[in-house]
Design a protein around this ligand. Structure first.
Ligand code: ADP
Ligand code: MG
Length: 257
């Protein structure tokens, strides 16, 4: 689905090392606005690192990332607050939301405070306006009556929906999710996936690391399969699930049948 508001994401020849370990090798990926891309692959293959690179949380060893017109490239110098890289990385983080496995809500703040904090502090939005927007977002994720609750008073599914509302409060052009349902009891997975489905229907650009293969099959525009820092295969759900081109994809998916 094409959206006028979503981000275009392009990764070219991206490599990333941690010490001598090559965590990402020559990654090439294109995401058009409004697409939902699912990233699959075994533990340790580099999925989280790729998302962190896309959110400007890692420096690059080679290649480039373009998100919403902002270009990140290998940084020759050590990054510092004033570096060009860091300025661009911060601009990317203002445009791209990130949702983590363990929700990462501020435990000492209510949901309303969690959701209004970034718009007020980073975007200098008026508190009243931020609160109005936060209330609308809580309605959207089914938490209208929980504005004054603290995270510890909520189920995991509710906390994750609040974390998505918090990401949406910055009016992001894209949202990246790192195993958003992996920490949830099985009965709570569906309600979080449903929020991502709704955002997909509305044209949000999303990249989701997940092992929820039924969701991937139903909702993804493209599935990206990674192994040992490489992209092994990119395809539509139909192609990946019914006729994978790479034997490693077939082998990996066997674990989920
Ligand atoms: P995944 O999310 O697919 O499980 P990660 O991106 O977390 O994989 O990790 C990929 C590889 O990079 C793993 O071997 C991991 O141990 C290593 N790694 C990740 N982050 C760091 C780091 N900050 N320092 C050193 N090694 C790291
Ligand atoms: Mg990970």
């Amino acid at each position: 689905m094409i959206s006028a508001t979503g981000a275009y994401i392009s990764v070219k020849n991206l490599s990333k090392k941690h010490g001598h370990l090559e965590v990402l090798r020559d990654i090439n990926l294109e995401v058009t606005p409004g697409e939902l891309t699912v990233l699959i692959g075994p533990s340790g293959c580099g999925k989280s690192t790729l998302l962190r690179c896309l959110n400007g949380l890692e420096t690059l060893d080679s290649g480039s990332i373009i998100i919403n017109g902002i270009v990140l490239e290998k940084n020759e110098k050590t990054p510092s607050l004033s570096s060009d890289f860091d300025k661009k990385a911060r601009a990317i983080r203002e445009n791209v939301g990130m949702v983590f496995q363990n929700f990462n809500l501020f435990p000492h703040l209510t949901l309303l405070e969690n959701i209004t904090k970034a718009p007020v502090v980073v975007k200098k939005m008026a508190v009243k306006e931020a609160q109005e927007k936060a209330k609308d977002l809580l309605v959207k994720v089914g938490l209208a009556t929980h504005a004054n609750h603290y995270p510890c008073q909520l189920s995991g599914g509710q906390q994750q929906r609040a974390a998505i509302a918090r990401a949406l409060a910055m009016s992001p052009k894209a949202i990246l999710y790192d195993e958003p349902t992996s920490a949830l009891d099985p009965g709570l997975v569906h309600e979080v996936l449903q929020v991502m489905r709704t955002l997909d229907d509305e044209g949000m650009t999303q990249i989701v690391v997940t092992h929820e293969m039924r969701f991937a099959r139903d909702v993804a525009d493209h599935i990206v399969h990674m192994q040992e820092g490489n992209i092994v295969e990119i395809g539509t759900p139909e192609q990946i699930f019914t006729a994978p081109k790479d034997e490693r994809t077939r082998h990996f998916l066997r674990n989920f049948l």
